[in-house]
Design a protein around this ligand. Structure first.
Ligand code: URA
Length: 209
């Protein structure tokens, strides 16, 4: 992985460590999960934030949502090793109760504070296309592009041309793979959208070869 990207991740690790030392108890700041994959890929996938398994093992999308994601990619002929996978927020946001710890959506402030890293990550990785998983990374991309936000319900399954720091980006919003775990009726929609994404990637590959 490129040195500059590793330096970026090291700086984020230090920022989160400082938050942990400040007794911030709303995230797993000591177990951040960073992006993985080749530089200059055809596709970059952006999720919301790591969950428990991701924080435990230090890799994005290795838990239950990751298994669903892998099956969706397989079904669309997209090889995970060829794409860059990351999250909008690099630490696991949590709710702490007396007897349990659970995942939660990152707050608007947490997302805002994560945007500079995501922007630099995009500029260094330079993907040809981006697929966002769920509302949080979709919002992140529109915020970075200075564009009015769109909801996942309206935006999914279509290409949205955005420009971030003069870099033109084709953004393809998808529902989050975890959403089908509690809303099974979304599964056929998500399957169709990922297949559509796979066919766009195939077409651009054929056109480029
Ligand atoms: N959900 C996400 O958004 N990202 C992960 O890495 C895992 C689950």
């Amino acid at each position: 992985m490129e040195k500059e990207l590793l330096a970026l991740y090291a700086a984020e690790r230090a920022r989160l460590h400082a938050m942990a030392c400040g007794n911030g108890r709303s995230g797993e700041y000591e177990a951040p999960v960073f992006g993985e994959g080749p530089m200059g890929p055809r596709l970059m996938l952006i999720g919301e934030a790591p969950g428990a398994e991701e924080a435990q093992f230090g890799h994005p999308f290795v838990g239950r949502a990751g298994k669903t994601l892998d099956a969706l990619l397989d079904g669309a002929g997209i090889v995970r090793e060829n794409i860059f996978v990351t999250n909008a927020v690099k630490f696991r946001p949590i709710n702490i109760k007396a007897r349990s710890i659970s995942n939660r959506t990152p707050t608007p402030k947490e997302l805002r504070e994560s945007l500079p890293l995501l922007e630099r990550e995009l500029l260094l990785v330079r993907p040809q296309m981006i697929a966002t998983l769920g509302n949080t990374p979709l919002r992140a991309m529109f915020l970075l592009a200075g564009a009015d936000p769109v909801s996942i319900g309206d935006a999914h399954g279509h290409l949205w041309p955005l420009t971030i720091r003069s870099m033109p980006l084709a953004v393809f919003p998808l529902y989050h793979p975890a959403s089908v775990l509690y809303r099974p009726s979304l599964l056929p929609v998500l399957e169709m959208d990922v297949k559509h994404l796979g066919s766009i990637l195939n077409k651009t590959e054929e056109a480029g070869s």
